[in-house]
Design a protein around this ligand. Sequence first.
Ligand code: Q46
Ligand code: ZN
Length: 308
Amino acid sequence: MRCRKCGREAVIHMRQHKLALCEVCFPTWVQERVAETIRRYRMFGLQDRILVAVSGGKDSLSLWDVLLALGYQADGLYIDLGIGEGGYSRLSREKAEAFARAHGAALWVESVPERYGESVPQVAMRRHRRRKVCSICGLIKRHIMNRVARDGGYDVIATGHNLDDEAAVLLGNVLQWSAGYLQRQAPVLPADQPGLARKVKPLCTLYEREMAAYALVRGIDYIYDECPYAVGAKSLFYKDLLNQLEERSPGAKQNFYTAFLRAREQGEILFRDEARTTLQPCRQCGQPTSAEGLCAFCRLWVGVEERR
Ligand code: Q46
Ligand code: ZN
């Protein structure tokens, strides 16, 4: 197959776009598509300071690469969760650090075990048993991202969620008719509380397969393994279902997600105005919380210090 733009041999055929591109035209196409998403959803401008949450995986490292190539001021944040005897966290940290070195980019590294005395699986085990690891992990990551964004003076946090991630979350939310989650699922989450950073997902119009191809073509070295706690996750099952749909009808996945965003924008889906809970700063860390006194994050660590 030949590249539609220049006629060289194509490295990828995207059936949903009826488009085949070569190794030179494809990365440029991805970068233009991301630039278009950033403009379309008014995510940030060239004067803004962006903190990219990097996990060492293909999506977040590729996002960082695209933002740097587009001339944005983008620093990375790697959060070491202390996961995996097989070295998942160690390996993914090495990938993030190697990328930063190779691109002369700044990388913040925050280690949960070093700073708080326990790894994410340890704190989850102590508090809730293993099945809660991912929700505790999410809470910890959100807290650290907000703290680093606030202390480092960043305007926005960018995450590497791709279209497959967003479509899988959407499918989960629709299957449950989780109105609250549907309402909040968007490419941009505004900083609507003091102390919370604005969050954006510039890869939300690109397929996972396209991001894997981008990483490959750009020579980005990333960690192939999934986090061991992702195994058996419902989101992976939903991704699989959507891929089966995509197989039969190319573009179905993209249509499912973008039609949702469009319908909401055009007022075809209406959500009740949420009664906004007033948040107050946590007594210990200062991040907004609905709890009296300590926020959920700070409560996780109560007693750990003394035991150490
Ligand atoms: S890193 Fe954390 Fe994920 Fe691993 S423990 Fe679960 S939430 S699966 S994105
Ligand atoms: Zn707190």
